[in-house]
Design a protein around this ligand. Sequence first.
Ligand code: GLC
Length: 562
Amino acid sequence: MGRRRPVQSQPSDQAVPAAAADNWWRQAVIYQIYPRSFADSDGDGIGDLPGITARLEHLTELGVDALWLSPFYPSPQADAGYDVADYRGVDPIFGELSDAYALIESAHRRGLRVIVDLVPNHTSSAHPWFAAALAAGPGSPERARYIFRDGRGPGGDEPPNDWQSVFGGPAWSRVTEPDGSPGQWYLHLFDPAQPDLNWDNDEVRAEFLDILRTWLERGVDGFRVDVAHGLVKQADLADWHYPQETLSGGTDQRRPPMWDQEGVHEIYRSWRALLDTYPGGKILVAEAWVQPAERLAAYTRPDEMHQAFNFEYLQASWTAADQYAVIDRSLAAADSVGATPTWVLSNHDVVRHASRLGLPVGTPRPNGIGIGDPQPDVQLGLRRARAASLLMLALPGSAYLYQGEELGLPEHLRLPDEARQDPTWERSGHTERGRDGARVPIPWEADAPSYGFGPTDASWLPQPGVWAEFALDRQRDVPGSTYEMYRTALRLRRALGLGSGTVEWLESGDEVLFFRNGPVRVLTNFGAEAVPLPEGAELLHASGPLDTDGNVPTDVTVWLRD
Ligand code: GLC
């Protein structure tokens, strides 16, 4: 199949990044932009695409290779845009299609690749397909694009199985049929406003290939695939008998019937085949909460996706032993399929690592932190977050950063519950605070309205007072600031080829993680006592100051040159 010419007004073919190597992604640092909360150009309190375009300089100054945009498509915003009503458009709150083109073109001019979010597990209930399914009634081809079933029990009053929604409550909702009678049930692994698609349906498969093609023609460099482990369900939709604890599947001997089914791989092979018809290294990255690392690696076999987020790494506890184990396992698993590993510490779904790491070591990852919850040690969290980030950025492979982590931003720990918008809070019956605390609009200027997020004070989630001290303008050119730590790390990582290096373990123990990557030795001190710098080492970079004796204090990472 030949490459079609892009239609006029789409970003031009010339606008490709300078470093056009097809395997750019193998060592790329990719920056996640959460459009609602990055930069607001019109002052309505919700970030937008023109806001992002106007701030792209920040990404080049920081030194990342690519950006990933969380969804900006037309959506009722029941799940902050992960409920998509039109996969080819732009929601008016974020701008217009021409703003997406301008953003892609402007990023490319700066040598930044652009990855967009693809949400194939479910549509919005406002998607025309779902409206058609409701109108057409049981047994229709329109219903066959989703997972409709009759209920169990007398009158079909009980859901078809016992599955729970990730956000809490049952994973099934009942519809009213066109004639007004109580009707069938439809599956939604997330919010009722996010009906799951039926991936056994040919129309669904064809539609997503076309959506991929549409965005490829518009010049994007890849897709982050939402809930990549969920598209195919076990055919009999058998009861699971267990609560839906997290998105994570596969730690159990028995695989949950809704996650990580073998059938997903065939879908990704077909997508890969399409991407490979485009030049320039177009990529797929799986959001798959799959363990262990070997099962996750299956998503990145040579004819499937390029990358998968490494959530096992994100969830590893802050001890030398656990960090060693997860890094070593991730390297081996990626290697076994010829992929490179990925590393991630924060995203829009988890408590920011500057706060998470301030909780006692071994605390299970909380789903949000709010007033009345055990609070992290803020200073300790930041100190460990900096050490963790510097450790991560020394590892070979690809690293994902979440907007604001380069400023050391904590979670909003005291977000008023009335302000919460994540459906998790309501659906869990106010037992899980949810993800809003990681999604608060980020601070650019300490003394500006909404800390420079937009031209007014408006901010869709309230920003905490501490944002001033984290603002970019308080950190830029300030030696030792978190921002300058990231910038230097990214510059050195590139200059020294750390992303394409290999890990050679040096004497690590219970207290210290120590490895070599090319010309650099990397040491993180997890122990209670400071450790001396290895003999003859030149200090290249550090996540915090050495102590007065020149030793590496607790919770500090150093990069050393021989
Ligand atoms: C992914 C997204 C999350 C969303 C969910 C449902 O996990 O990252 O934000 O709520 O999918 O689409």
